[in-house]
Design a protein around this ligand. Structure first.
Ligand SMILES: C[S@@+](CC[C@H](N)C(=O)[O-])C[C@H]1O[C@@H](n2cnc3c(N)ncnc32)[C@H](O)[C@@H]1O
Length: 251
């Protein structure tokens, strides 16, 4: 099902949680000179305009990035570099954050299935391999990549209930093919608690960070979660820092 469009949610509290943590984690993983591979199963269009009708319609960006003034940090660096190029209402998707923070020798592979989102992604994100294919199948086909040290962001829309277990099965298969990979899974924390089934089915050690927030039109979502499989040394500090930076939107 491809009815989900991230433009309605870009810059909202859930994006802040995911994007601040992603920027911190990429910085941690690139501390050493060795190049890394960064991959995304669900890339979206990479770049959003918070003055667009989609953004005004939900008001989520106003409830997220609109509520905080960020100090100097990796996410701020990515945001500023995007705004310098595209204007003050631009907001970076996860591919643009990676592109802003990674180095010339690092490799980026982005999967996006929706044809229009894919066209926009290809246009917005240069110097990355973009793939118009199913993210689960595509990443498994490329794994293990070179360089073998790397991060995979798994960020589906969870439009269908079965996606929770699909994410768990995908992560297990990926770790079997590419044991050096670090995998960051984003999930919504819903009143229905569907994410717990996914976390149980992972059957792998992981570090978890869940935050809560208030959205005027929350559709049952009370917070956002990140599960980090094969967490590198220093990952606890990534989540502590994310909460500090995201306060008071993220609690
Ligand atoms: C939550 S959005 C991604 C947001 C992006 N990661 C970010 O943080 O900026 C999910 C995206 O996955 C795409 N999508 C849905 N099913 C997919 C699939 N099976 N494979 C790849 N992309 C898919 C949707 O079109 C949508 O653009």
């Amino acid at each position: 099902m491809l009815s989900y469009q991230h433009a309605y949610h870009a810059g909202g509290p859930a994006d802040l949680h995911k994007h601040i943590a992603l920027a911190e984690l990429l910085t941690l993983l690139t501390r050493k000179k060795r190049p890394i591979t960064y991959m995304e199963t669900h890339a979206g269009r990479g770049l959003y305009d918070l003055s667009a009708p989609e953004s005004s319609k939900t008001g989520e960006a106003a409830e997220g990035i609109g509520q905080i003034t960020l100090p100097e940090c990796p996410f701020t660096a990515a945001l500023q570099s995007i705004r310098a190029k595209h204007g003050e209402t631009a907001y970076p998707g996860s591919p643009a954050i990676a592109q802003a923070l990674l180095r010339p020798d690092d490799k980026i592979h982005l999967m996006e299935l929706h044809p229009a989102e894919f066209r926009a992604l290809k246009h917005n994100i240069k110097n990355a391999a973009t793939h118009n294919r199913d993210g689960y199948e595509g990443i498994l086909a490329l794994a293990p990549p070179k360089p073998r040290k790397g991060l995979v962001l798994v960020d589906p829309s969870y439009e269908v209930k079965s996606e929770y277990l699909q994410v768990a099965a995908f992560t297990r298969k990926l770790m079997a093919k590419w044991p050096e990979a670090t995998v960051l899974v984003w999930y919504p924390v819903l009143k229905a608690g569907r994410h717990t089934e996914m976390l149980d089915a992972l059957k792998l050690p992981f570090l978890k960070d869940e935050v809560s927030f208030d959205l005027k039109d929350n559709k049952g979502m009370t917070g956002s979660g990140l599960a980090l499989v094969n967490a590198p040394y220093g990952s606890e500090a990534v989540f502590t820092r994310t909460r500090e930076l995201g306060a008071p939107v993220l609690r």
